[in-house]
Design a protein around this ligand. Structure first.
Ligand code: DLL
Length: 435
């Protein structure tokens, strides 16, 4: 069974990796400067030219990119290739409802799928495996990313997409799935559903799971491993950088190797932007070294994290990131979907409601619950239950259209949501995600 998908690069020496990164960053900065006027202007404002960048040690000279830049340049402003050379988009929600649209050339898709293939092989996958992909297929990157990786590895790939748990279980049992790819919360739910049906962990053929797209704890890992009888591996990524596979866990299960030949990672102080030394906690910033259609330089992920370079028993040499420890913005991840309170507020206001609302998120039986309490004004208040229910349904539909995930809306009587003297408490997140 192969241990690595691309052994030379995954076990390259520090010097070899650095040589690759240095060569790629020089080319990438030149590419971006020549093809992305938006970023060229940022570089000019900072007084940096491509000639100033000789290797990754000069990356700190470059300006940052943020989600706000993505919003301002929507949809084509950060495009780095001719549209005729682009073969794919994927998308995710942005801060104020504008979507983030990421473009891919054929080569970009190819390198993305390589990254996912590395993750699958690291989880013990080979062409002998049946890989059940139940991340969502569509604009979300999860389904297509792991699907492409599984193809490259030569697995028999089941493109299940998310949901329809009864069918997932039927295929899993009948087709002898050996690798499961989905969000950790869905994996936990599948585990519970199996138990409810009296199917014991030893009755399925699964051996590994590749779970990511949302935070999860070591506790949750152990519980999923037990309920499914597998080894559970973490995988990290974001749409802006192509999707899953930016980093992935190996057999050591002690942090995710960043695919350093494609992504250069920095940790910064989120307040000052200062680059922090390796091992310190701060905001994760990535530069994509060779993606051409959407080539983000110094993209601030808002994920709080730590990097560590250590000898890994798996033999991979790429630096590791820990599980993300939180966010430096207010983004919530609910059932794997990114949700910003500002998006909810925008819908409420456009539908004629007051900005007095509260988002309550919890995790019950390993599934996120998502409730939005919205205060009615005196003029809107009605004591007819049917009227209120109809309004709640309409608001739920409007929120689902904006967010891609439907909350349960509760319209509450005027003056019942506690007022705060300082910052309004808009979000109550009762999930315990960090040990
Ligand atoms: O979640 C891509 C992905 C798909 C990753 C499938 C892994 C598996 P977005 O929807 O753009 O992309 O969300 C990106 O999700 O900035 C993190 O905050 C969070 N996130 C992703 N993976 C993990 C993880 C996909 N393993 C945002 N642990 C990121 C914790 C994660 N958080």
């Amino acid at each position: 069974m192969p241990k690595y998908f691309q052994p030379e690069i995954e076990t390259a020496s520090r010097e070899q990796l650095l040589e690759i990164q240095n060569r790629k960053i020089v080319e990438q900065v030149r590419h971006v400067y020549d093809h992305v006027p938006y970023y060229r202007a940022l570089m000019q404002q900072k007084g940096v030219t491509p000639e100033d960048i000789h290797g990754v040690e000069d990356i700190h000279l470059l300006p940052f990119l943020t989600k706000a830049d993505l919003r301002d340049s929507y949809p084509y402003g950060l495009l780095g290739a001719d549209l005729k050379d682009c073969v794919r988009i994927h998308s995710t929600s942005g801060t104020t409802g504008k979507r983030v649209v990421a473009f891919y050339t054929k080569e970009d898709v190819d390198l993305w799928e390589d990254c996912c293939a590395r993750a699958i092989v690291a989880a013990g996958g080979s062409d002998e495996d049946v890989c059940q992909v139940c991340y969502g297929y569509g604009l979300f990157t999860g389904g297509f990313g792991l699907h492409g990786g599984a193809h490259k590895v030569g697995c028999l790939t089941l493109p299940m997409s998310s949901g329809n748990t009864a069918r997932q279980i039927q295929f899993m049992m009948d087709l002898h799935s050996t690798i499961l790819c989905c969000t950790p919360s869905y994996a936990a739910y599948i585990g519970e559903s199996l138990a409810e049906q009296g199917i014991r962990p030893e009755d399925n053929c699964l051996k590994a799971g590749i779970f990511g797209a949302e935070p999860w704890t070591e506790e949750m890992r152990r519980s999923i491993e037990q309920s499914l009888g597998i080894h559970a591996y973490d995988i990290y990524g974001l749409t802006e950088l192509g999707g899953p596979g930016v980093a992935f866990e190996c057999e050591a299960q002690s942090g995710m190797h960043i695919n350093e030949d494609h992504f250069y990672a920095e940790i910064i102080d989120p307040d000052t932007g200062e680059v922090l030394p390796e091992g310190e906690k701060g905001e994760l910033v990535f530069t994509s070294l060779d993606k051409r259609a959407f080539p983000l330089l110094r993209y601030r992920t808002r994920d709080i994290c730590m990097l560590k370079r250590e000898q890994c028993p798996c033999g991979r040499t790429h630096i590791k990131m820990c599980k993300p420890m939180g966010r430096s913005d207010d983004m919530l991840i609910i059932r794997g979907v990114n949700v910003f309170p500002s998006q909810i507020e925008a819908v409420l206001l456009s539908e004629g409601y007051s900005p007095n609302y509260q988002i309550v998120v919890d995790r019950v039986n390993n599934t996120d619950t998502f409730d939005v309490n919205v205060e009615l004004t005196a003029g809107q208040f009605s004591d007819k239950v049917s009227e209120t229910q109809a309004r709640e349904k309409a608001l739920e539909a409007a929120l689902r259209t904006m967010l891609g995930i439907g909350p349960k809306v509760h319209l509450v009587t005027p003056q019942t949501i506690a007022r705060s003297e300082g910052k309004a408490v808009r979000v109550i997140d009762r999930r315990k995600l960090h040990d």
